[in-house]
Design a protein around this ligand. Structure first.
Ligand code: 0O2
Length: 223
């Protein structure tokens, strides 16, 4: 009689586990990870230079936080399924824009657009798509400016485009997204109906607060 390992039994019950496990193996290949980390380091260096430039210009620290993540296999699998694609490494690379995600958080909403403008002026970054969820928040209330960009990574004498999603937002928007992530985002819609409505209201509150803080800063600058 054959005895199956517990994981194998689980896989037979749910083929998604096999696909995700395969995906996981490819995502953890050292060369793949190295290239992703390398691209991240390059973009973070550019962001550091932009921060220096803006911080000198305005005499205040502009970027409050810069963080990054490489998307995990289960999150990739979920997103591919949502898009109706098979869970494969190739689909992950070709269909998803945010395997590499970088987030920049700043104090004021006009900083968001200045940072975006300077990123767009970088000669070796190509803008693929811009999504302005500040001017047009998502149905959930989510606000942020997303730039989908390509960066040509030179590796072993070849050049490979690395797709990166850069999310730029204020501290207030980041606070909202953090709470939404904890309470609502990617959760069962039936369980979170009430919280969803409240979060939508708070998104408007935060948007107002951002506007007031910006006006206050401008008033103080004129004094
Ligand atoms: P995670 O956990 O951050 O990886 P696209 O293929 O670009 O057209 P995509 O990527 O679904 O479609 O684009 P979208 O809607 O712009 O969302 C990209 C990311 O924005 C999400 O990535 C989240 O990080 C963030 N986001 C979007 N909507 C919400 C929201 O309602 N609440 C919160 N908290 N974050 C949101 P992932 O892969 O979904 O998640």
């Amino acid at each position: 009689m054959y005895r199956f390992h517990k994981n194998e039994l689980q896989r037979r019950k749910n083929p998604k586990i096999t696909y995700t496990a395969r995906l996981n193996r490819r995502l953890y290949e050292p060369e793949f990870l190295l290239k992703k980390e390398w691209a991240i380091a390059n973009i973070e260096f550019k962001l550091k230079m932009i921060d220096l430039k803006l911080s000198r210009k305005y005499g205040r620290k502009v970027m409050q936080k810069v963080e990054h993540r490489i998307k995990k296999a289960d999150s990739i699998a979920r997103k591919l399924m949502k898009k109706g694609c098979k869970i494969t490494f190739e689909n992950a690379l070709n269909r998803l824009n945010d395997i590499i995600g970088i987030r920049v958080v700043c104090l004021y909403s006009d900083d968001v657009y200045q940072i975006a403008e300077l990123l767009k002026r970088e000669k070796d970054l190509s803008l693929i798509k811009e999504k302005d969820y500040i001017k047009n928040p998502k149905k959930s209330g989510y606000q942020s400016l997303h730039l989908i960009m390509d960066f040509p990574l030179v590796y072993n004498e070849t050049t490979e485009q690395q797709r990166i999603e850069i999310q730029i937002r204020t501290v207030a928007m980041d606070f909202w997204a953090g709470v939404d992530n904890h309470i609502c985002y990617k959760k069962n819609p039936a369980e979170i109906k009430k919280a969803e409505a409240d979060l939508k209201t708070y998104s408007a509150v935060i948007s107002n607060m951002d506007r007031q803080m910006l006006e206050l800063r401008k008033k103080v600058e004129k004094m």
